[in-house]
Design a protein around this ligand. Structure first.
Ligand code: SPD
Length: 338
């Protein structure tokens, strides 16, 4: 799904079965990264260098120094996070949920190994404890040492880092959380976490671990005019079957080459206006957001007519037997088909 090719002949097939090495032409004096977004659609950008490429027990992992987006983390052939625009993804994932909660003190992150989600949460002065639970210790260690921007977050005494499967961890805990955040890799076939997008997981594991008035939010895959039917619409519909109030929202992420989606859910209504959110940001948060304010959230949660229409009419519920995937394959799939 991801290929790196250089004009000096170096070519690294990053992941997957469908990727094809892209030969850089003579006049292009650089290496290129190419990701297969869909069967007939590739996303390609120039690299300054390849900082790391390897495989953990669970996933393939690369750190690239890219020309247009700065340092970029790639997992299982999918770009996860890029230095210049990760703030859009992480501010959108974290702040709407924390700001809608009256007093968020305890937060659980499923995934989040790169540390940026924890960094954003820890800017909230109400927060007393953050449990970040990632399955892949190597990814966490790798991000700790390479992503200096999250150094402070990793050293914050309010952060408890746990290496475990998020389902097992939530099930083994007795305490409840004010906000639970799904900062998971996208559901891909053979990837480590598509089970964490299912109705039974939301119903039997997430919801019972939320405190009264608690809020769940998850990243929910591509949410573009065409791409939202891959997983966004059915994650939304699945959460609609589990929680009383469900808010889908989206933002354009340049390095993802698409609009991205998140879904926030609770059994308490989301009643706050753009002005309320701005006020809470001032009262509760350290520093200024670069991307998200009250108006930005109002616009993010006002989806286009096309997306709204198909979310409203979505009937698919995400279960292990009826899972939907975004394009690509994880390590387990590759081992099975090797
Ligand atoms: N931190 C996990 C974020 C998952 C987002 N996946 C984005 C893939 C874009 N190609």
């Amino acid at each position: 799904m991801g290929d790196i090719s250089c004009d000096n002949g170096i070519s690294a097939h990053v992941n997957g079965v469908n990727g094809k090495a892209h030969s850089a032409e003579g006049h292009r004096k650089s290496c290129w990264y190419e990701e297969e977004i869909e069967e007939n659609l590739r996303w390609c950008f120039a690299l300054n260098s390849i900082l790391h490429t390897g495989a953990t027990q669970f996933q393939d992992i690369q750190l690239l120094d890219t020309k247009p987006f700065g340092k970029a983390l790639v997992i299982d052939g999918k770009l996860q996070s890029a230095e210049i625009d990760e703030f859009i993804y992480h501010e959108s994932l974290v702040h709407p949920a924390l700001l809608h909660h009256p007093n968020p003190k305890t937060i659980f992150i499923m995934g989040g190994g790169e540390g940026s989600t924890a960094r954003e949460i820890l800017r909230h002065e109400t927060v007393e404890k953050v449990v970040m639970c990632d399955i892949d210790e190597e990814v966490v260690d790798f991000c700790k040492s390479y992503l200096v921007v999250n150094k402070e977050a990793f050293g914050d005494p309010r952060l408890e880092l746990v290496i475990n499967d998020a389902r097992a961890e939530l099930e083994s805990r007795e305490e409840s959380f004010d906000v639970i955040i799904g900062d998971l890799a996208d559901p891909i076939e053979g990837g480590p976490c598509y089970q964490l997008y299912t109705k039974s997981f939301y119903e039997s594991t997430v919801k019972p671990r939320l405190s009264h008035g608690g809020i769940f939010v998850t990243q929910a895959g591509p949410a573009g005019v065409f791409s939202h039917t891959e997983v966004f619409s059915c994650i939304y519909n699945t959460l609609r079957h589990v929680f009383k109030y469900v808010v889908p929202f989206s933002a354009h992420i340049p390095s993802y080459a698409d609009t991205w989606g998140w879904v926030m859910a609770s059994d308490s209504p989301f009643t706050h206006s753009a002005e309320d959110l701005d006020l809470r940001m001032k009262q509760r948060m350290k520093g200024e957001n670069k991307y998200l304010d009250g108006k930005t959230f109002s616009s993010a949660s006002t989806l286009s007519k096309a997306v709204r229409k198909s979310l409203d009419s979505e009937t698919h519920v995400y279960t292990e037997g009826t899972a939907r995937f975004i394009y690509g394959h994880g390590t387990a799939f590759k081992h099975k088909h090797a």
